[in-house]
Design a binder for this molecule. Structure first.
Ligand SMILES: Cc1ncc(COP(=O)(O)O)c(C=O)c1O
Length: 230
């Protein structure tokens, strides 16, 4: 971590100035906001706020520009190829449900399989349970090994010609286990399955280089949602 100065970073967060003894350990649930985010939001509400993509008057046009600029900022952060790959939702639960409820019934049929791991947050379990029940597909759960790590060999043995989707977390919110997503994607693609990565925690800690291999399904979803966004 050469050159990384946590005290410098801490100064970017006004909440620590107001609460000097504060040690905040609940970022996984709700991260504190740095000055840039707080000021950016306040500035937007003060100067530009109006409905996005809905009006032809000046404020609305400015709001739309700011909104689309944010999409480009996120695209660059994730190293995505095209900003149409970026779909804004309120959180991981909404994103995964959106995929499960839009892509799912249109592409899964009885006998198909969705593979998850036993390290998943409920957000990446319940939508697939409901989907599989609805369409008559089978939910396959890849177990962890004796040490609580993701078991790649077991996972691979559970993939089959019926696997249509692999949906796994990048980092477990329960154990902190880091899943080898690049390899998981390779194995799934080799069998023609799509992959959904719950990147909820990963994006917090690291810039993603290999977006394309990690969120193929979201790319497709972005295409599908193009109509809904306008
Ligand atoms: C790995 C993981 N996935 C999904 C979620 C749910 O995220 P959200 O609250 O944005 O729906 C969480 C929340 O803690 C999580 O840790």
């Amino acid at each position: 971590m050469g050159g990384f100065d946590p005290r410098q970073l801490r100064r970017e967060f006004p909440i620590f100035e107001r609460n000097p003894g504060l040690v905040f350990l609940d970022s996984g649930a709700s991260a504190q906001k740095p000055r840039q985010v707080i000021d950016g939001l306040a500035e937007f509400y003060r100067n530009d706020y109006a409905n996005v993509h809905r009006g032809v008057y000046q404020l609305s046009a400015r709001s739309t520009d700011r909104f689309e600029e944010a999409r480009e900022t996120v695209r660059a952060f994730l190293n995505a190829a095209d900003e149409r790959e970026i779909v804004f939702v309120r959180g991981a639960t909404e994103a995964i449900n959106l995929v499960a409820q839009s892509w799912g019934p249109a592409h899964l049929k009885p006998g198909d399989e969705v593979v998850i791991s036993d390290l998943e947050h409920h957000s990446n379990l319940v939508p697939w349970q409901m989907l599989c029940e609805r369409v008559g597909a089978r939910l396959v759960v890849a177990p962890t090994d004796a040490t609580g790590e993701f078991d790649l060999a077991q996972f691979e043995s559970l993939l089959s010609p019926c696997t249509r989707l692999v949906a796994v977390t990048h980092i477990s919110n329960v154990t902190g286990a880091l899943l080898p997503v690049a390899r998981i994607v390779e194995l799934a693609h080799a069998r023609g399955a799509l992959v959904l990565i719950d990147g909820f925690l990963r994006e917090v800690v690291e810039t993603v280089d290999d977006f394309a291999t990690r969120v193929h399904l979201l790319r497709r979803l972005a295409g599908r949602l193009g109509n809904l966004e306008e």
